[in-house]
Design a protein. Structure first.
Ligand code: VHH
Length: 121
């Protein structure tokens, strides 16, 4: 069965790109996230990501990774699964974006969530 390995280049429906370096034998990986959009004031820069994926024998692995934004006081965490359909690999992900807020009274509005699909570039 096709082993769904996250190494390589991915793009999502927002036009963001993700470059994943090799996945080690424990499933850990590093990479870079090139976001296409941002609510931050500063110019967008590539940002490091650190993650881990299951290396199941059936190849439809689940994974998670964290993106530490270099141009924004925020952090995103993604969880998802890799699906292999007719030779195409699709990453179905959900994410939480936590932005730094100035006081706990604003804590309620600090976390956003969404879902995104990635395909190989
Ligand atoms: C573009 N995005 C993207 O490709 N996503 C899957 C979502 C989850 S991370 C967010 C971008 C955050 C940029 C940094 C910031 O504005 O604080 C958004």
């Amino acid at each position: 069965p096709q082993q769904c390995n996250l190494a390589g280049s991915w793009k999502n429906d927002l036009g963001s790109k993700m470059y994943v370096s090799k996945v080690d034998d424990k499933g850990n990986f590093l990479g870079e996230y090139h976001t296409a959009v941002s609510s931050a004031q500063k110019p967008i820069e590539p940002s490091p990501l650190v993650g881990s994926q299951h290396l199941d024998e059936d190849g439809q692995c689940t994974f998670g990774f964290t993106v530490n934004w270099k141009f924004s006081d925020s952090t995103a965490v993604f969880v998802g699964q890799c699906f292999a359909e007719k030779g195409e690999e699709i990453l179905q992900t959900s994410w939480l974006l936590r932005e730094k807020v100035d006081s706990q009274s604003s804590n309620w509005k600090a976390t956003r969530t969404g879902q995104n699909t990635f395909t190989r570039m």
